[in-house]
Ligand binder design. Structure first.
Ligand code: CA
Length: 370
């Protein structure tokens, strides 16, 4: 197999002034990084991540997955060291989702909630698992996928590059088939545009460059609440042009390939819809009427810090059913998976009880690093 056309596009969206996303389109390597942190920190973090990929030279004999993992670890070291030495960059981090193809395989390395998808025979398959608060809650049966999609903390990630000296990286490989289209994107696309619309958009576009533009446009038309980044590549029959995949990369970051028709008109399956069911709205309203004033829950603020909210953890029809009452200095990513599962169970309680649960972790953290 070889890589056919490829394209990448990033847009700040309609709400944010800055674009904290970065990407690489350098076949056979494709990367998306979504930075977070105050002021310019998010941009610095995601740029440091993609720079680590750009600078990488294949002087080693590592297998593709191991290579990607090594680059992600190097990126993590750089971001963490910068965050530790530069007060303006303190607490910054980034997601990273990287795909490296070799022959008939694609190696994927992943941290955070950017995603890689494979469109095959009209079916869009999410290849990566989000490292996010809501994904944890869905996995443990606490939230449905529909609830997760409208959850106010859906952008809070539980793993990131740069927030710790060590990072756990997911890596795996999938096969390539002629006609496959791969999509790598930041959550600014997936929180705004549902799977079915992604499939429809890819089918209707005249090529990957046009498809990238249409997807960014769809995210903006849906509100454009976040930076949106889309990287696409098509797989064709043939031999890879360059066997030595990562050596001497020359990377124009905005490189886009000329338009070419996308394969096979896909049919839309019964993927996860984004509509809020009437029943769900009713349940939410009832909850608001009967419990909003006294209910509290533990969640995480937009900057990833653990927080206590009054209300119930949903945004329904654009209305937040909660408000922030306390934000801790502790980051959600600083907790272990078990601790997070226990803390973010979304059980409703009194404000005092919710605060007490957070304070226990704050005390522990202060004892660990006096
Ligand atoms: Ca984002």
């Amino acid at each position: 197999m070889k890589i056919g056309d490829s394209a990448g596009l990033s847009d700040p969206g309609r709400v944010r002034r800055r674009n904290e996303d970065s990407f690489v389109v350098a076949p056979p390597l494709f990367v998306v990084a979504d930075g977070m942190g105050g002021a310019q920190a998010g941009e610095i973090a995601s740029r440091l991540a993609v720079t680590a990929f750009r600078e990488y030279h294949a002087a080693d004999r590592l297998e593709p997955e191991a290579r990607l993992r090594a680059i992600v670890q190097e990126a993590n070291r750089r971001i963490h060291s910068r965050a530790s030495s530069d007060p303006r960059a303190s607490g910054m981090g980034t997601t990273v989702t990287a795909v490296l193809t070799t022959g008939s395989r694609a190696a994927i390395a992943h941290v955070g909630d950017s995603r890689a998808y494979r469109l095959r025979d009209g079916t869009l398959e999410q290849l990566t698992e989000d490292h996010s608060l809501v994904a944890d809650l869905v996995r443990s049966g606490r939230l449905t996928r529909e609830e997760a999609e409208i959850h106010p903390q859906r952008s809070v990630i539980t793993r990131a590059l740069g927030t710790d000296a060590a990072v756990r990286v997911d890596s795996f490989s999938v096969d390539l088939r002629a006609g496959d289209v791969f999509l790598i994107c930041s959550d600014g696309l997936t929180t705004m545009v549902g799977d079915e619309e992604v499939v429809r958009t890819l089918a209707a576009a005249s090529g990957v460059a046009a498809a990238a533009r249409s997807l960014v446009q769809a995210a903006n038309e849906a509100g454009g609440e976040d930076n949106v980044t889309v990287v696409l590549f098509a797989v064709e029959e043939g031999d890879p042009d360059d066997e030595d995949t990562l050596s001497g990369l020359r990377l124009p970051p905005e490189a886009t390939a000329p338009a070419a028709p996308l394969p096979a008109a896909p049919s839309v399956g019964d993927g996860a819809g984004r509509r809020v069911s009437k029943a769900f709205l009713l349940v939410a309203l009832v909850l608001v009427l009967f419990g909003l004033s006294r209910a509290h829950f533990v969640g995480a603020a937009e900057n990833g810090r653990i927080a206590v909210y009054q209300g119930v953890p949903w945004t329904v029809a654009g209305v937040d059913l909660y408000r922030e009452v306390y934000v801790s200095s502790l980051l959600a990513v600083q907790l272990g998976p078990g601790e997070r599962a226990a803390l973010f169970d979304h059980d409703l309680s009194s404000e005092a009880a919710a605060l007490a649960r957070i304070r226990a972790y704050e005390l522990e953290a202060s004892l660990e690093s006096p």
